[in-house]
Design a protein around this ligand. Structure first.
Ligand SMILES: O=C(O)[C@H]1O[C@H](OP(=O)(O)OP(=O)(O)OC[C@H]2O[C@@H](n3ccc(=O)[nH]c3=O)[C@H](O)[C@@H]2O)[C@H](O)[C@@H](O)[C@@H]1O
Length: 433
């Protein structure tokens, strides 16, 4: 480091040699000017130094507190990651499952682990719905040797660290802000998770060496106001009815660019109203069950001209088979270190049940399994993002993934109700009126 003596522009008054022999008034003026300029200069330097030390102190405090409060990092943590990611036999997959403490994430993680694949989960345990259910799913996963990291897709340092510690062959990206109608209440959470979070994940995947193949959850809602039934993958998806649907559609376009530019293998799965044990409390079949058991009214939406709404409800075990089939047939990403080496697969599949059921029929099946009559309040569907019906054409998934749904709504809801009663009991902690 150069010493102050070497500095060609000395900044301290002591280092400025004043020639006392020069008494010309102009020179005196010049000296006054110059000395006040150098004082100013000094003050400026002092302030800069003060600001710099304040900022570095702040960043020291920030990183210190992050280190103290971070729920990840350390040798033990890395060991857990590696163990969880280890496939048996070694030729199997090593999968990062985002949204692992979510409904679909939990089931997919368990199925992968069961057949010998290595699995690491990632979940931010947000409070969109009861986080204690997510914690319970995490315990279930932990009992099966699956480690779930608590963290967010927008924490790029964490994402990078996961890929530094483990060589993932695949990413099953299920983390998202779900829910069609909630998008009107909290639009930014959809942008944060489904757009920004997705881009962060793809950035890390494209730079990984080797790049993993990515399978991710799109949604049947991308068909929006499309009226051609059943919905085929080639049908128009440019009329979303909700911001949720718009972010999923954007995800399809975003993943396409990462496939095109960086050679990432991408498979997008359009799920059709997935239901089953360990499900999502915000969804109709779940909240109806809770309200029916608590003797509370349920609101059943109806479409224009008193037409019942219908959904292609799809049982979780069928969806899991579709996810595993997608991972197994994904093909390799072609790039490495952010450079594309050739064309990689880009696929989109409907994963539905191919037999839509109306919402009133869903309610009557629940009444039968719960042995309780629902207090129904039928109202016209509010303009809040809902679509009147969904119906999947699954011929592509059938031929390319071997996808073949086998559970009808009667059977699937019976299994859901059995789980619900064993998990919450009859009254969900509240007395029946
Ligand atoms: O298939 C999909 O792509 C989407 O499926 C569901 O969305 P949705 O079909 O709206 O599922 P529910 O919220 O369970 O609603 C099912 C049906 O019940 C109706 N409903 C919902 C709530 C309610 O109080 N009353 C009511 O009649 C809805 O209008 C809808 O027709 C999921 O919530 C989305 O995350 C997913 O992406």
């Amino acid at each position: 480091m150069p010493s102050l003596e070497d500095d060609p522009f000395p900044s301290t008054p002591g280092k400025f040699k004043i020639d006392h022999r020069n008494h010309h008034p102009m020179n005196r003026h010049f000296h006054r000017c110059f000395s006040s300029t150098s004082t100013l200069f000094l003050w400026a330097l002092f302030l800069i130094a003060l600001t710099a030390s304040y900022l570095s102190f702040q960043s020291f405090v920030d990183s210190g507190s992050r280190y103290l409060t971070a729920s990840w990092g350390g040798i033990q943590w890395e060991k857990q990651l590696r163990n969880s990611a280890l496939p048996h036999p070694p030729s199997s997959l090593s999968v990062l499952v985002t949204g692992a403490a979510g409904f679909v994430g939990t089931h997919v993680s368990l199925a992968l682990k069961k057949r010998g694949d290595g699995v690491v989960g990632l979940d931010n345990f947000n409070s969109y719905y009861d986080p204690s259910l997510k914690k319970a799913r995490k315990s279930l996963l932990s009992n099966h040797g699956i480690f779930v990291v608590e963290g967010d897709l927008n924490d790029v340092v964490l994402l990078q660290k996961l890929f530094d510690v483990v060589v993932f062959t695949h990413v099953m990206h299920l983390a998202a802000q779900a829910g069609v109608r909630y998008a009107m209440e909290n639009p930014n959470s959809y942008v944060r998770s489904n757009i920004a979070g997705l881009v962060n994940l793809l950035e890390v995947c494209k730079s990984a060496n080797p790049q993993p193949a990515v399978v991710w959850a799109s949604s049947s809602s991308v068909y929006g106001l499309n009226e051609k039934v059943p919905f085929s993958e080639s049908d128009r998806t440019d009329q979303p009815a909700s911001l949720y649907a718009a972010t999923k559609k954007a995800g399809e376009e975003i993943t396409h660019t990462y496939n095109h530019i960086y050679g990432l293998s991408i498979t997008g799965l359009r799920f059709f109203t997935v239901y089953g044990p360990w499900g999502r409390p915000d969804m109709a079949y779940f909240s109806f069950t809770r309200n029916i058991l608590q003797g509370k009214p349920i609101t059943v939406y109806r479409g224009k001209n008193r037409v019942d709404l219908a959904r292609d409800f799809t049982y979780i075990d069928d969806i899991v088979k579709g996810c595993l089939g997608s991972l197994d047939t994904s093909g390799k990403s072609t790039g490495s270190g952010g450079k594309k080496k050739g064309a990689a697969p880009y696929r989109i599949f409907n994963l539905g049940n191919t037999s839509p059921v109306t919402v009133p029929t869903l309610v009557s099946i629940l009444e039968k399994h719960l042995k309780v009559k629902a207090k129904k309040k039928v109202v016209e569907m509010p303009g809040n993002g809902d679509v009147p019906f969904t119906h999947a054409n699954i011929s592509s998934a059938r031929s390319q993934l071997g996808y073949k749904p086998t559970t009808d709504l009667q059977t699937g809801l019976k299994k859901f109700v059995k789980w619900y009663l064993s998990y919450y009991g009859y009254n969900h902690g509240k007395p029946v009126n």
